[in-house]
Design a protein around this ligand. Structure first.
Ligand SMILES: [Zn+2]
Length: 280
């Protein structure tokens, strides 16, 4: 108290470590968000965006994922022209979608395509978390439903990579309706006895985890992926209990029977080829 008044002022300045961190040139190197290791971007990309030091799986864009998955990186994209409307005249929605379109060079938060994986034809969908946090609006739902319907009609498997914050707030109830629409399309596939594989990547939450992401004949997740419906804080406040540290991780869900496999990214293509071979 009184002593504080007479304390000598510090003679040196402290440079906040945040500022030091920012001095890493962007593009050439990047920092692992989990362990803090500085990684050379080119090497990181070669390693499918998995940190060499700690095994953390960094987000992959939809084009990167498709390139890493399909034979020779060749695929035919579907419904590329579908673009979101602004049905509720939500403030700034059009502007935000446009900004994400410019940033990602994509028209929406999911890319659906047909290609071959290990020689087996498949319809592949990949959500891109850079676009409105991979949230599901009408276009995302429509593209996924159409992909499922195509898979059912062509009788070839559908593999969907999920990465999403859930339903898209700016489209209100129309976003929530996508949960029913996509689920119905997958049910059609199921009746046609066509394989659906869901791959849950970090993060898969909200209305996406509560619909198509959990409906795979086989549900696979990447290590460490956050998967859940509501956030940890909301649940803790509701049930008035402390949740375990690994709650809502892929490993926790595997242990409790909600997933079939947790597969590191480096083994994913081979695992999928084995599954396709088995069901061919
Ligand atoms: Zn790391």
């Amino acid at each position: 108290m009184l002593r504080d008044l007479f304390r000598k002022p510090k003679k040196y300045a402290t440079i906040p470590s945040e500022q030091v961190k920012k001095d890493i040139p962007e593009g050439i190197m990047q920092k692992c968000p989990k362990c803090g290791t500085i990684l050379i971007t080119k090497e990181l990309e070669k390693n499918l965006k998995v940190c060499k030091a700690c095994g953390h799986h960094l987000p992959m864009s939809a084009p990167e994922r498709l390139q890493s998955l399909v034979d020779n990186g060749e695929y035919h994209e579907y419904d590329q022209e579908l673009i979101s409307k602004d049905p509720l005249a939500f403030p700034d929605y059009v502007k935000k979608v446009q900004a994400d379109m410019n940033k990602t060079k994509l028209n929406e938060a999911v890319v659906t395509a047909e290609g071959k994986i290990g020689g087996y034809p498949a319809i592949v969908g990949v959500m891109d978390s850079r676009f409105r946090m991979g949230s599901m609006g009408s276009v995302v739902g429509e593209k996924i439903a159409r992909a499922a319907e195509r898979a059912a009609a062509k009788r070839i498997p559908f593999i969907l990579f999920c990465a999403s914050g859930g339903a898209r707030m700016q489209e209100g109830v129309l976003s929530l309706m996508q949960m029913a629409k996509t689920s119905a399309a997958l049910e059609k596939m199921h009746r046609e006895k066509v394989l659906f594989v869901s791959v849950l990547t970090n993060p898969t939450t909200g209305g996406v985890s509560a619909s198509f992401a959990s409906l795979g004949d086989i549900n696979i997740a990447e290590p460490g992926a956050l998967i859940g419906f509501a956030g940890r804080r909301v649940i803790e406040q509701t049930v008035r209990q402390k949740l375990p540290d690994d709650f809502q991780t892929a490993e926790f869900l595997l242990k409790h029977g909600q997933l079939d496999m947790v597969v590191p990214r480096g083994e994913l293509r081979d695992t999928l080829i084995k599954i396709l071979e088995f069901h061919a």
